[in-house]
Design a protein around this ligand. Structure first.
Ligand code: ATP
Ligand code: ZN
Length: 225
């Protein structure tokens, strides 16, 4: 495979991180023409290509060294890192900056009728989640023996469907939990979007470009403080 000399940046194609990732790239002077259906977008004024993918794929693309930089939520990044470490796959990356968007928390929530005194109330219970590695690490730290049940979607209906006793899901306002008769109880992980880089060395040109871009990102972040 030919190694492009253009810096490759992975961003979420469409979702909660997309518009702010693009806005940040534009704010630091990278001109982009994004056409909705296309996987790749080229910058017109910098040697930069964007790869627009599902956010779930971004940690693996970085850890396999397929892209140079990526914008990703720490929740997804840490989960994939734990999963890949457990299956002995490459799981290295560098965090360049913690960003000011994508804020959310991974929390345990229970049906309103569930009597929850502390996380120990989950002993022997099943907890539905999209983040089994983060949840199991939390249980291990707290000495809880509960089972994480993996669901990639509709986590919040699992208790009503009789699939689990509780859930562990991403929350920002809590409105979705309330709408599903659930009450937030414990925080498992607090997350923001981060800019990450693959761990292998980049060509001097690419690294020099990143070194020029980072102070601009800092400037944008400071201006918004
Ligand atoms: P994709 O189709 O790319 O897989 P998705 O449905 O997995 O999309 P989104 O819902 O767009 O992902 O969320 C992407 C990321 O946004 C989350 O992993 C998290 O880091 C962040 N985020 C911020 N607030 C929330 C929230 N309230 N609920 C879910 N994710 C949030
Ligand atoms: Zn996703």
């Amino acid at each position: 495979m030919s190694q492009s000399n253009r810096l490759r940046i992975a961003i979420q194609k469409s979702g909660r991180l997309s518009s702010e990732s693009i806005a940040l790239l534009k704010a630091i002077g990278i001109k982009l023409q994004i056409r909705d259906r296309l996987l790749i977008a080229h910058s017109t004024n910098q040697p930069i290509d964007l790869l627009r993918v599902r956010d779930d794929d971004i940690p693996g693309l970085i850890m396999d060294g397929v892209v140079d930089l990526g914008f990703i939520g720490e929740n997804e990044l840490e989960e994939k890192m734990l999963e890949r470490r457990a299956s002995k796959k490459a799981h290295e990356f560098k965090t360049l900056r913690r960003l000011d968007f994508g804020g959310c928390r991974l929390s345990i929530a229970v049906p309103t009728e569930f009597k929850y005194d502390s996380v120990a109330s989950l002993n022997g219970k099943k907890v539905a989640t999209t983040y089994p590695y983060l949840l199991e690490r939390f249980f291990a730290e707290k000495g809880i023996s509960a089972k994480a049940v993996m669901l990639t979607g509709s986590v919040e209906v699992a208790p009503r469907a009789g699939v689990a006793d509780a859930i562990c899901d991403l929350v920002s306002t809590g409105a979705t939990l309330e709408a599903n008769g659930l009450r937030e109880e414990d925080e498992v992980f607090v997350s923001k979007a981060v800019l990450i880089q693959k761990s292998e060395d980049l060509s001097p040109d690419k690294q020099a470009l990143i070194t020029r871009l980072l102070p601009r990102i800092d400037g944008v972040l400071q201006a918004k403080e």
